[in-house]
Design a protein around this ligand. Structure first.
Ligand SMILES: *Cc1c(COP(=O)(O)O)cnc(C)c1O
Length: 407
């Protein structure tokens, strides 16, 4: 990563890249401008080794090129990447590049709220049929992939948020390949490039909200799409040119500097989470701890063990006393902050039922396992002993039996 994508000679010798905020680029000759437009519009292909000049920053700019080159080695099996100005932009642009009216999309649920909204309430307006399949139901997913009419995309988010149900990527990709003409996309935001490698398991495109672990400081919004072949990203790039949702130069510069510490941060965060999750199992006011290393069910455990290198830094707990108990827990935290989002170096804690998942119907709550007492925790890089003490104190403060009508 440190040796790719950046030539100090192009930034007056500076050790870190300069930020190129220019919106347009000067051509050395009209012939070069003509050639640049032919290549950009797809009328010509660049020769191997040909320097294609920059044109205009909605299409491309040096900081996006540096970021996209540097992120490739972080993702096992990737050859190319595209940077977007949010995770939603990466997801929507990748899907819109391949979908036409009449196609269907098979997707795992629960899925990120924005993605669900996009498929159910927006794509449906354009004649695209969404087929939701509960996360972790391998047979049902196979069946949907085999039978959905005009299937174009299988979108998997694993582990699911906030219940951490695992979906087997390799099996779904095999079923999709057998059918043909189907692209498998994986939203890998939760396990990150450090712990789960969808392209090696047969996925065609990996998607990230770079807002989370990739940037890691809760100070920017961004998204990334990666693939093992340029051809797969080509139509997505052309839609990004059209939509104008490339990541801006300053954000690209911020993100490329964070890439070198993704694995360091995520390893620390995962170790922290594992210590804490495995200790909280014993707390009298915590009914259940949901964390990959604590999985008991056979198939879930097998998927986790074959698909993830480490259990990751997200876990959920079921606090006694339902909503009142969960709110009391949140109120008594001193280190963990009550906020949505995840993946930052600081610990963030939220109550999914009244925040991130508040738009769900009763049936969706039940299906997703989002209960009144569920609290989602994204563990940061603090000392795990301090965090464990904080969580234990907050759980101690939960009244042993909170009346159901207390709130
Ligand atoms: C946050 C998130 C997104 C959306 O990313 P933005 O950067 O907020 O647009 C998509 N998928 C998952 C799993 C996320 O956590």
């Amino acid at each position: 990563m440190l040796t790719r994508g950046f030539d100090p000679a192009l930034s007056v010798g500076s050790a870190r890249p300069a930020v190129f905020r220019s919106s347009t680029y000067v051509f050395p000759s009209p012939e070069v401008a003509e050639r640049a437009f032919d290549i950009m519009a797809g009328r010509a292909r660049a020769e191997p080794g040909e320097e294609v000049p920059l044109v205009y920053s909605r299409f491309n700019h040096p900081n996006a090129e540096i970021l996209e080159d540097q992120i490739v080695p972080l993702e096992h099996g990737a050859k190319c990447a595209l940077a977007f100005n949010s995770g939603m932009a990466a997801i929507m642009t990748s899907m819109l590049a391949y979908l036409r009216p009449g196609h269907s999309v098979v997707y795992t649920v629960p899925i990120y709220g924005g993605t669900q909204h996009f498929i159910q309430d927006y794509l449906s307006l354009w004649g695209v049929h969404g087929v939701p399949v509960p996360a972790g139901q391998s047979e049902e997913l196979d069946e949907a992939i085999r039978t959905a009419a005009n299937l174009r995309i299988v979108l998997i988010e694993t582990p699911a948020n906030p219940t951490l149900m695992m979906t087997g990527i390799e099996r779904a990709a095999r079923t999709a390949k057998a059918r043909g003409g189907v692209l498998v996309m994986v939203d890998n935001t939760l396990m990150g490039p450090a712990f789960q490698h969808p392209l090696e398991l047969g996925a065609d495109i990996v998607l990230y909200s770079a807002t989370k672990y990739l940037s890691g400081l809760s100070d920017m919004i961004g998204g990334i799409a990666l693939a093992c072949e340029d051809e797969i990203l080509r139509p997505i790039r052309s839609k990004r040119n059209l939509f104008g949702n490339i990541l801006q130069p300053d954000e690209c510069w911020m993100l490329d500097g964070r890439l070198t510490t993704v694995a360091l941060r995520m390893n620390r965060q995962s170790k922290n989470a594992q210590h804490i999750a495995e200790s909280l199992v014993h707390h009298r006011n915590i009914e259940r701890v949901i964390y990959p290393s604590l999985l008991a069910e056979g198939q879930q455990k097998r998927i986790y063990e074959s698909q993830c290198d480490f259990p990751g830094a997200m876990f959920s707990i079921e606090v006694k006393g339902g909503k009142a108990g969960a709110f009391e827990f949140l109120r008594n935290l001193k280190i963990g902050k009550n906020a949505v989002s995840l993946g930052g170096i600081e610990t963030l804690v939220c109550h999914p039922k009244t925040t991130t998942h508040s738009g769900f119907t009763e049936q969706e709550f039940r299906q997703a396992g989002v209960t009144d007492g569920l609290v989602r925790i994204s563990v940061g890089i603090e000392d795990w002993r301090d965090l464990l003490t904080d969580f234990e104190h907050a759980a101690d403060a939960v009244p042993e039996s909170v009346p159901v009508h207390a709130l």
